[in-house]
Design a protein around this ligand. Structure first.
Ligand SMILES: [Zn+2]
Length: 135
């Protein structure tokens, strides 16, 4: 598995492991993160992150010696912050049948079901409409 994919999977697993979620339902459990997953995410987070560089033109760019590892470090650091945050209760599994994405439900009622209305939500609504129409 490539490093970026492995880190993303580890970060997702860290969130999933700390909070078993039911599709469309809020998480309630703060079980411990499995050791191997915690180690992988901690190691990824330990790498250097991109640094800002201001050019003479006034343009701000971001640089890293190893851009892939630097990006992984950012993802891993965000995952670690999320795992210890109260926002973890707002992490949901997308209710889309073939999706599998996790998302942070920022809706006021906390009842969002899909990662995106443009993709999974729209697809589910079309399927429900088609089902009601009998076809
Ligand atoms: Zn989705």
């Amino acid at each position: 598995m490539r490093p970026l994919v492995r880190c993303r999977v580890s970060a997702i697993n860290a969130v999933r492991a700390t909070s078993p979620v039911t599709p469309g339902q809020p998480s309630r459990s703060y079980a411990r993160t499995p050791s191997q997953t915690r180690t992988q995410v901690n190691e990824a987070a330990a790498h250097a992150v991109p640094v800002p560089v201001l050019a003479a033109s006034g343009q701000l760019t971001w640089h890293a010696v190893d851009p892939v590892r630097a990006t992984l470090a950012l993802v891993a650091r965000d995952a670690l912050q999320l795992v210890i945050s109260p926002a973890l209760d707002r992490v949901r599994d997308c209710a889309g049948a073939a999706c599998g994405a996790l998302f942070l439900d920022t809706s006021r009622p906390g009842s969002r079901r899909w990662c995106s209305m443009d993709t999974c939500g729209n697809r589910a609504k079309k399927e429900a409409l088609r089902s009601r129409a009998g076809g």
